[in-house]
Design a protein around this ligand. Structure first.
Ligand code: GKE
Length: 390
């Protein structure tokens, strides 16, 4: 691993010169008042550090010289803790005491922890995820304040935007002010919007700098790709590998989205954290595509061009795109990895996962040609009094 012009995440995507940029060292050089004492590393906590985006951010911060404490109620499926952090705590972050332990002595706190997934999870699990995410958001923020953290990063979502503005597939782009008046499409987005406001109120009332990113559908290798929580990029990669006669797409396929590759997400998140921008920013590409075209693109990565079969499924909004005017103005930057490049890398990785599975157990490949909807269970709520959730 190197920070000298080498692709730290090993994805090999070309035209990403920023991968050589050590943002942490540049930040410390410019913010002596926020730097730890000489000889000490900047200590950061990544809540949700066992998850997809959290583990990548933790890994990147560690490579840039920070001391990284990661905390999550589950371990990372694809990396050993020592690959992305100095300490890993298998803690339930709905509990304030746990949040206080993992943020103890931390200069910066990133909260990436959330009970989440794609449309096959969010719409059918609203009660449980509202409870879990509210508890995590409140307690991570309060723990950061009690422990005197200087900066707090909150990972919000494009799901905060008013659903009335997302009925037309030809979405011209959602600018930050369009979250208000509030009418998110689901409870997941509403919780995120409220948690944004709470973090911003803390920034006003206490000496805690708050940075908020509204992620637009982040994807890449090591993301969830099966089981029902996966978002459409991973689902389409899996189907592209498994489908042989037709390719299933939920809905009529005219729904549109924009997608952000994980490397862009990591770079943009750290860039925002280290910036002076105290208002929520979109973090997503503005390369909008409809789901039928996206299915074709995914199939193309495996050299396939099957007929599309539109089937019933949870749809979410009809049109969503990121307006990147504000991030360009505030950070002089916006995500840029093309959906074609990002999907090639992601589909190659999912293909490898399927191959590895097949090598160790008998596999029903046909089941990977279809997507599941996750039925709500109360196991995480029932586990609240226990030390950790499995
Ligand atoms: N997951 C999935 N799986 N979606 C499919 C599938 C499939 O097999 N086939 C078609 N779709 C369609 C969905 O019906 C939806 O219209 C679109 O793809 C995108 O689905 P998604 O990736 O699951 O989730 P969304 O973009 O609607 O929402 C996600 O947005 C993010 C922020 O932009 C959320 O689930 C959050 O995870 C996240 O905040």
């Amino acid at each position: 691993m190197s920070t000298n012009g080498v692709d730290l995440n090993g994805h090999g995507i070309k035209n990403t010169p920023y991968l050589s940029e050590n943002q942490s060292q540049a930040f410390l050089a410019a913010h002596a008042d926020e730097a730890p004492p000489a000889g000490k590393k900047l200590k950061v906590c990544v809540g949700g550090g066992g998850g997809f985006i959290g583990s990548y951010i933790a890994k990147r911060l560690m490579a840039e010289g920070c001391y990284v404490v990661a905390a999550d109620w589950k371990e990372n499926e694809f990396m050993k803790p020592q690959e992305f952090c100095h300490e890993f705590h298998n803690f339930d972050l709905r509990i304030l005491e746990n949040c206080k332990k993992v943020t103890d002595g931390c200069h910066h706190v990133y909260n990436l922890a959330a009970d989440m997934g794609g449309m096959g999870f969010i719409l059918s699990n609203q009660s449980v995820l509202l409870y879990n995410n509210t508890m995590i958001s409140f307690n991570m923020l309060e723990a950061a304040r009690q422990n005197g953290a200087k900066r707090f990063f909150y990972s919000s979502t494009a799901c905060v935007y008013n659903e009335d503005l997302q009925k037309d597939p030809e979405n011209p782009g959602l600018a930050e002010h369009m979250a208000w008046p509030a009418k998110p499409q689901d409870g997941y987005g509403l919780e995120k919007l409220y948690a944004e406001e709470m973090a911003l109120a803390y920034a006003q009332d206490f000496p805690l700098k708050v940075r908020v990113a509204r992620y637009h559908n982040v994807y890449g290798p090591r993301g969830t790709w099966k089981g029902g929580r996966e978002k459409v990029p991973a689902a389409f990669c899996r189907k592209a590998c498994a489908s042989e006669t037709e390719f299933e797409v939920w809905g009529d396929g005219k729904q549109t989205r924009s997608f952000m590759f994980i490397d862009d997400c990591v770079h943009g998140s750290i860039k925002l954290m280290y910036s002076d921008c105290g208002i929520p920013l979109n973090l997503g590409t503005d390369e909008m595509i409809d789901m039928n075209a996206f299915a074709k693109l995914a199939m193309g990565t495996r050299g396939k061009d099957l007929p599309i079969k539109n089937v019933p499924g949870p749809l979410g909004v009809m049109g969503r795109n990121s307006d990147n005017t504000m991030i360009k103005e505030k950070l002089g930057w916006a995500p840029s990895i093309s959906i074609k490049d990002g999907m090639q890398v992601t589909c190659d990785w999912i293909h490898d996962q399927i191959q590895q599975e097949a090598a160790t157990a008998s596999q029903d490949l046909a089941k990977y040609g279809t997507s599941e909807v996750v039925v709500q269970k109360t196991d995480t709520l029932d586990a609240l009094d226990r030390k950790s959730v499995v």
